[in-house]
Design a protein. Structure first.
Length: 149
């Protein structure tokens, strides 16, 4: 009798129709945060030789995963090193762009992400003797920043 009950139960399990789905789907999501990154070999203070007419400041390496962004180059004294009331003007070279006048901020607009790209940064200027500048320490603060648009 036990065998009969087991056979009947087994038959019921096999006979019960199993309804299986014909398709399954799921939504996969990953949120990637915006990343604008700049690294540099430019020292915190760079002494320029006033008897020369140019100086390499160093390199900046810029990476971005943002579609619309910009590089902003700013001079605290509008492209001049300042001592007392005297100005020592210079022009900036950033990568392939040369002779950048920083009387106003230089903005380089980007419309796509960028893998790590290194650009050299240098300045050109006249000698102090050519400008008849008085003795003193002339200073300006140069800032390179990245801004998402």
């Amino acid at each position: 009798m036990k065998k009969f009950v087991l056979v009947v139960l087994a038959a019921l399990f096999v006979a019960v129709p199993v309804f299986a789905a014909t398709e399954v789907s799921t939504v996969l999501q990953a949120t990637v945060g915006a990343s604008l990154s700049i690294t540099t070999t430019i020292p915190g203070t760079k002494a320029l030789d006033p008897t020369l007419t140019s100086a390499t400041l160093g390199n900046v390496t810029i990476t971005s995963n943002v579609t619309n962004w910009k590089i902003v180059i700013h001079s605290a004294h509008a492209g001049k090193m300042v001592y007392s009331t005297n100005n020592y003007p210079y022009l900036l070279n950033f990568g392939a762009e040369t002779g950048i006048d920083l009387a106003t901020d230089k903005e380089i607009i980007k419309a796509a992400p960028q893998t790590a790209t290194t650009s050299s940064v240098s300045v050109t200027y006249q000698t102090a003797a050519d400008l008849a500048l008085p003795a003193g320490t002339y200073e300006d603060t140069l800032t390179i920043s990245l801004v998402a648009l």
